[in-house]
Write a protein that binds this ligand. Structure first.
Ligand SMILES: Nc1ncnc2c1ncn2[C@@H]1O[C@H](COP(=O)(O)OP(=O)(O)OP(=O)(O)O)[C@@H](O)[C@H]1O
Length: 253
């Protein structure tokens, strides 16, 4: 399993993350929340092995990520970036096929099994019908769903998603969150919608580059903490239809 041990990271003498220690539980969905600039993307990029920590380590089953072959990491960890760029000349399906790259080599060329994994990933995000379209002709939400399909096609056991509901209409937002929560993989998902984050098994709160809370939503997303971290007043309401809790926010005057 993946864990962060005392991670710190700076850019040009500016500390973006300080001493973050975070262990993931197999199969859990961890929601990563925090104000703009609190370090969510920075932490996800470190967990994905795309940047190296200045101090501390990300470990996969106890081995520092930096000590593992890139291909091994790519077979286990998939990352859906916030504003991922993709070559314009590809079709939607070709973008998803890229997810199979870590599994292919001269001894294991493209096969029907890869084809059916790609079909399955496209079906999961409801993009089979648009799969042959050129990337440049697809909407922001359609591209986002294809990026998620590419990560699924990678068949990782750890899935890292940076605001994956960006660009999605409300139905697809709920569908993607439900999908991630139900996938039999360990996921870390950066989210801005704190009510949507309640679907996660645990919530990690980042504030000014530090991990300030970690636990179930009802313990972590309290009005006092939301005031301290986000600078807003929050009230908890109960949906009379099903008794579920939700947060209602107000600006602090
Ligand atoms: N290469 C860089 N050079 C300088 N500052 C950077 C660099 N990368 C990130 N930062 C800064 O680090 C801080 C943390 O950025 P990060 O993207 O991790 O935050 P975030 O929590 O994901 O924010 P958001 O919610 O806005 O997406 C921000 O203040 C950002 O401006």
């Amino acid at each position: 399993m993946i864990d962060a041990h005392e991670l710190s990271f700076s850019v040009r003498n500016r500390r973006l993350l300080s001493g973050v220690t975070l262990g993931l539980k197999p199969g859990e969905t961890l929601g990563l929340v925090g104000p703009n600039g609190s370090g969510k993307s920075t932490l996800l990029r470190l967990l994905a092995g795309l940047t190296r920590p200045e101090a501390g380590a990300v470990r996969l089953d106890g081995a520092p990520l930096a000590s593992l072959p890139r291909r091994t990491v790519a077979q286990r960890v998939a990352f859906v970036a916030q504003a991922a760029e993709t070559a314009e000349r590809l079709t939607g399906r070709q973008v998803v096929e890229l997810g199979r790259t870590p599994w292919l080599d001269a001894l294991a060329p493209w096969s029907e099994a890869d084809e059916s994994i790609v079909d399955g990933a496209l079906a999961t995000v409801e993009m089979l019908d648009l799969a042959e379209r050129q990337w440049g002709t697809l909407s922001g939400g359609e591209r986002q769903r294809l990026h998620i399909a590419r990560a699924l096609a990678q068949r990782p056991d750890i899935l890292l998603l940076d605001e994956p509901t960006n660009h999605l209409d409300i139905r697809h937002q709920l569908a993607i969150l439900r999908l991630v929560a139900e996938l039999p993989v360990t996921s870390v998902i950066a989210l801005h919608d704190l009510n949507q984050a309640r679907i996660c098994d645990r919530i990690a709160v980042l504030h000014q580059g530090r991990l300030v809370a970690l636990g179930p939503a009802e313990e972590v997303l309290t009005p006092d903490r939301l005031r301290a971290v986000f600078g807003v007043a929050a009230r908890e309401l109960t949906d009379p239809a099903d008794g579920s809790r939700l947060l209602h926010f107000h600006a602090i005057a």
